[in-house]
Design a binder for this molecule. Sequence first.
Ligand code: 7RM
Length: 636
Amino acid sequence: MSNYHIKHLEEYWQVYRRSVRNPENFWEEIAEEHFLWRKRWDKVLSWDFSKPEVKWYEGAQLNITENCIDRHLATRADKTAILFEPNDPAEATQHITYRQLYERVCRFANVLAEQGVGKGDRVCIYLPMIPELAVSLLACARLGAVHSVVFAGFSATALATRINDCDCKLVICSDGSYRGSKTIDLKAIVDKALEECPGVETSLVVKRTGGQVTMQGGRDKWLQPLLDAADAQRDATIVDAEDPLFVLYTSGSTGKPKGMVHTTGGYMVYTAYTFKNAFQYRENDVYWCTADIGWITGHSYIVYGPLANGATTVMFEGVPSYPDYGRFWEIVEKHKVTQFYTAPTAIRALAKENLDFVNKHDLSSLKVLGTVGEPINEEAWHWYNENVGKKNSPIIDTWWQTETGGIMISPIPYSTPTIPTFATLPMPGIQPVLMDENGKEIKGNGVEGRLAIKFPWPSIARTIYGNHERYRDTYFSAYPGTYFTGDGALRDAVGYYRITGRVDDVIIVSGHNLGTAPIEDAINEHPAVAESAIVGYPHDIKGNALYGYVTLKETGEGRDQDNLRNEINQLITDRIGPIAKLQKIQFTAGLPKTRSGKIMRRILRKIAGKDTSNLGDISTLLNPEVVQAIMDESLA
Ligand code: 7RM
């Protein structure tokens, strides 16, 4: 029996039960039937969460680019692998076939090798969403080099910290980047970062904008002439299944960013398998994930997962608002996109705008809509379902993390019945558990607790680069023997999971545990509200009281604020109960967000608690300027 492609709910349950009863056997069969290995594994799995240590497919050898490219050449050489849609709609779309991708990756790998990059070396990639970004990841992988992609919106300081933390000796960047109507001088940012990075010997510069740059002799080299001179063929370097494929930094709530290390074999198997099933990908589909490759979502579900399945994956350089708020839907129509995967923050931003931007486009090609990154609030879910999906495309609310490498909890579209705001059921092989404050597992259904995973899956991060102790402390010490996610979740009567947010976002008011998500859902139902974030602040009687930050839609801006406050609290009373009413409501022009669109409640909590002396590092925020504005207008 092949477990690779689940097509109905009964089959899901059969496969799921098997995956839990005999995980080794389950993941062995999938690895065997669907991938190209140069040497077979000696052992499918060995693990010990107390060390912690996890190894999948130990002894096996492979190269992930042979799986993502070479093996498709026999049947899909002329199929589009990467469909590149530039920032400027007037610039031509590029269709990069599997054959062309093979040649581009080989040339790039040859250039890297000439520059002295070899197996195990770390390469930093700081590029906008242009084809060279995907190609450079694959070129590193072809050589067995370890890529460390840094999102090209981060500052020079953030870039330097990441380059130094994992000792990169080469950086791949571009002269500049386009984002909507803006042009950004990326090379200048790199120059500044490299002042702090003595270990970097070479930077390879992609020409994108043609803007002015300073090239430092001996260090900086234009990429194109090197590519032109390079051979279009290169044998893949064969690596061990447990050799590192990449490092990707994720910022924790405190301390310096953590370089999550992912290895090769298990990551490949898991991202490919979950891509196939969560998106129900079929041969002629056109799949589009709007994330940036600078995040794990882009690594796993723009590059590796889709390409391992021989898919056509869209890469979009621009932003949802340029040249207008219809850009996403214009692209869906133009390329007949079948699966569309985005973040709640993007959905909420688009839902603020006129519906004509959606309605003037033919979206009938869509079959699956995905969301990831934050709990999706009910309003946004319905807006997405009704206006984008026309109630015809299942929404997959996919819960996972940089650390998990791939999607962990998600509906299987057309199999799992969906409920707004529920990520629903674990993917095969995933064994979630809910834990109480005392570290005891909460069994049964209709319960709420902290989300942990009690058995390893193939794409779990193996360590934090250079700091295994921090890896253990962060993920394996809260509940010994399990991986702790940092998220809270509830499991409803039928066993569906709803992720309620980071555990540090749970607020205890007069002894009641209140998750932020349901309260924000209630607020967001108000027709004048665009977005909201709830935090707790110390209160003499209740222990904590609730403070709400609310941004309004254009239609709400002229309204009387006290009336709005009353209406919002009435909605909360109706939906949740008077216990969840907000003590204070501040209307603000924006909410502080990470570059990947997550609301930073940590900062809002400090402002509400009048504890603004140390807000932590806010320089990596998308919109640091709103922090000052919120402080100036704070009601606290
Ligand atoms: C893929 C990604 C991880 C954190 C995670 C959650 C939150 C992600 C969902 C979600 C509710 C979801 N990696 N999160 N997806 N919360 N529902 N579907 O986002 O490392 O950047 O973030 O994001 O808190 O722990 S990440």
